[in-house]
Design a protein around this ligand. Sequence first.
Ligand SMILES: NC(=O)c1ccc[n+]([C@@H]2O[C@H](COP(=O)([O-])OP(=O)(O)OC[C@H]3O[C@@H](n4cnc5c(N)ncnc54)[C@H](OP(=O)(O)O)[C@@H]3O)[C@@H](O)[C@H]2O)c1
Length: 314
Amino acid sequence: MNIDDIWHTLLLARLWVRQGKKPDNDRGYGLNDSRKLSALSNGDRRTLLSWKQSIGWVSHSGINPDIQDFLDLYLPICNVFPEKPFFLGHLGQGLDGYIATRSGHSHYVTGPENILHLHRMRAMCDAVLVGAGTVLQDNPQLTTREVEGENPTRIVFDPKLRLPLNLNVFSDKQAKTLVFYDETQVSDAPNKIEGIKTIAIPMKNERFAFDELTSVLHKHKLMTIFVEGGGKTVSGFLEAGLLNRLQVAIAPLVLGEGMPGISLSGRQRIKDCLRLPHRVFRMGGDVLFDCDLSNPDGQTEADHREFSGISRVL
Ligand SMILES: NC(=O)c1ccc[n+]([C@@H]2O[C@H](COP(=O)([O-])OP(=O)(O)OC[C@H]3O[C@@H](n4cnc5c(N)ncnc54)[C@H](OP(=O)(O)O)[C@@H]3O)[C@@H](O)[C@H]2O)c1
């Protein structure tokens, strides 16, 4: 089975979850001859997934370990079907914790495998969200151009509407873009940006009020939100207790000094710091920590080999 078929299967499984379609739980599933996701007979070598009522899609028993690792990474995201917006954060950082150099240059901190992963995460989510600093510095497209899958809606946090309109997210027409702003700081919105939806969100403690934010996302049917950076934006979600999942890819790179990744108000004692339930994946030369914050008091996923002590991920 090649990676394109596996990814295609996951996208279809994700689509079923998004559409609330419940499979027949007694059967194994995979791609049929028409590349559609369907129930396959026992012993069919194309079987990749099974359905469990309490979890959703799980990998079919007995598949080879390389495929298993790939499924382990994406199935928890594939199964997300929230009642309120679900936020997944991601940052790629060097060994010293910086996500960009002091001048803001960050292309690329992590390797091509992690960049591909970002595109896959975008394809799994309804929206990709970034802060004004990232859009200004990187001029990203925030599309899925390196993988199969639809472009998500792009959300830009630009409270002062300070970003120039020639940037890709406003001008390339590759995907819908929503810009969230603070109407108390802006006099000539909301129609400042032609063809782009601007949405006023009230501020609280210098951040968008999260209740209003989640209700606007809900209204737009944007339920899975991939918060792709930068550090201030991801940290804001983490500090507010809104992140359901945090992925940090660590590259064997030393930046010396630069833009910080996660930055929260400090704690006095280690026992008061956040120690997160996690899984670890090797991604080319990088290591990805995939942390589940939905249930910080307990482990919530089936495979907890990492928790039992020292184990090899490479
Ligand atoms: N390695 C990586 O994974 C990665 C990923 C993305 C970006 N980057 C790099 O990170 C740097 C940018 O990161 P950054 O931390 O400086 O900036 P950022 O997070 O991209 O943007 C921060 C700005 O977005 C707005 N914002 C964010 N959260 C908000 C909230 N909750 N409510 C209201 N407004 C909010 C504010 O805009 P105002 O300033 O207008 O108030 C804030 O100053 C760039 O150098 C980029 O290349 C690296």
